[in-house]
Design a protein around this ligand. Sequence first.
Ligand code: WT7
Length: 650
Amino acid sequence: MSDQKIFPVKPEFADSAWIDNDKYLQMYQQSVINPEGFWREQGQQRIEWMRPFTKVRNVSFDDHNCAIRWFEDGTLNASVNCLDRHLETRGDQTAIIWEGDNPNESKNITYKQLHEEVCRFANALRGQGVRRGDVVCIYMPMIPEAAVAMLACTRIGAIHSVVFGGFSPEALAGRIEDSNAKIVITSDEGVRAGKKVALKANVDEALTHPEIKSLEKVIVVKRTGSDIAWHPSRDVWYHDLVSIASPNCPPEEMNAEDPLFILYTSGSTGKPKGVVHSTAGYLVWASITHQYVFDYHDGDVYWCTADIGWVTGHTYLIYGPLANGGITLISEGVPNYPSVNRWFQIVDKHKVNILYTAPTAIRSLMAEGEKAIEGTSRKSLRLLGSVGEPINPEAWEWYYNVVGEQRCPIVDTWWQTETGGVMIVPLPGATPSKPGSATRPFFGVQPALVDNAGMILEGATEGNLVIVDSWPGQARSVFGDHERFVQTYFSTFRGMYFTGDGARRDADGYYWITGRVDDVINVSGHRMGTAEVESALVAHPKVAEAAVVGYPHDIKGQGIYVYVTLNAGEEASDDLVKELRNWVRTEIGPVATPDLIQITPGLPKTRSGKIMRRILRKIAANEHDALGDVSTLADPSVVDSLVENRLNRR
Ligand code: WT7
């Protein structure tokens, strides 16, 4: 395999990079030998404090006494760090470049303008009764007001909970209920690929759920101007509020450990968890990783294609670049509209220097061949990044050869919603790349591989990926359920943070992420709990049982393979398959649409009634010749029928 193929660091890149190999080794050593000293300096340099911290870290991964605190006696405000402190030096510099779905729509917003808009909206939120510590739900398309909304929350100490605009009313309702959000900020509609997305209507539907008791107001940004239903006692236009609000908004003085935001993510069991991030530690992590991972220099135009609904859209679209006084491009549309070379037209139009995207997007562009880059020069590009899932070597090489013309290093960044920012990555001036490997740990990150008993494995080996000590950007809790936080991350392997991923380490000490070792699948870089899809399916009146597994998919990385059994008297049919597919779309959202649904008379179970997913995974992956031991099944004949009727995949 391409294990052997090495792409060295180009000396001319290393020469002008923040970090070369010597510096990496020296700083990494320092960060793990003397974390106090390392992070004291970073915390002092990167943050404008209202009251400086004196304590750097206070951390225990013990599952009986788990505590994670960084810079705990300092106070600050995140919006001040992303906006106010840049006004003097770069008030007239662009902060946000917005590129619309329609190629004729774009605009630049300076730091001064963004600051003013954030202050106005922050005052408006206060006027609507939002107070420090309240939760505000943001369900928005990719428009500048989404960034304004997030930063306005931080200005007044409200905790934002961004819900991806592609989620269904059902999924939105669950998140509003769990977070006790007081306000939802949305827009009349979103626009993607020339089509309108009914966001406000989705909010209206979500709010019909009787379990939602906390909600007071819906603030609506006018994006398309289409007719929408209006509830005068509850709904307010964003522009009405902002136009009369004062542009002076004193920032709330927040404690370092106050929550900055909640972001829901899927796990192997139960409902999605509201991962809680801190204010100071998160911001330090966003800033240092954004600067070094992307080798960000003043004036670079930086484009992260992630949606604000995911953690990448928090750390690397908003907080990292703005904390660093950077220029961040927000794009509303999709890669292939109105033409398949759209993304690289955007690169040329705005002279993008750094592009950060996901393997699934790279693969779908790669499938278009030359057309994807036709008529574009991409000469401005200096660095490329990848995130969300392992990048297969073929896609890596296409990205490198075709998009970057062998000029741009690729940073394959491994991290998670819970880690706040990048954890394992080839720093572009320091680490030679091997396509498919996220390579070496970032400063302060101490990864290890353990066997199933929790024994640390040495040398070149494979195992469960854990992180043995804390880093500032680490999640602090699960909203409303700290015990679940401790259980999920610190109880599998005592005294260590468990990532849920498996990994291999090669002879050079490089990490190769092999994928999730739990019941979580990764579809187009979106993390999904199989249990969530299963519970949506069994809520259908005709379904008795459901089992969901991932299988290898050319474009999406993993596809969703569903096995269902029907209630007595129900008949399998193509129409029913379609109905079930649509059912999951409306219950969760289009991201969860099953690729393949096999209706089967039975599922493989142990005598104690546990579904044997190992077998279902093998059948879905077309590896039914290697099913392993099936003798513990209550009824082994079920397997023959499953194999015989398995579905073909593309
Ligand atoms: C899971 C986290 C990181 C922000 C976006 C996804 C997988 C992520 C990589 C990578 C291999 C990767 C892991 C991880 N993953 N990046 N570069 N190489 N796998 O965040 O939704 O929290 O998902 O994505 O399996 O656990 P997330």
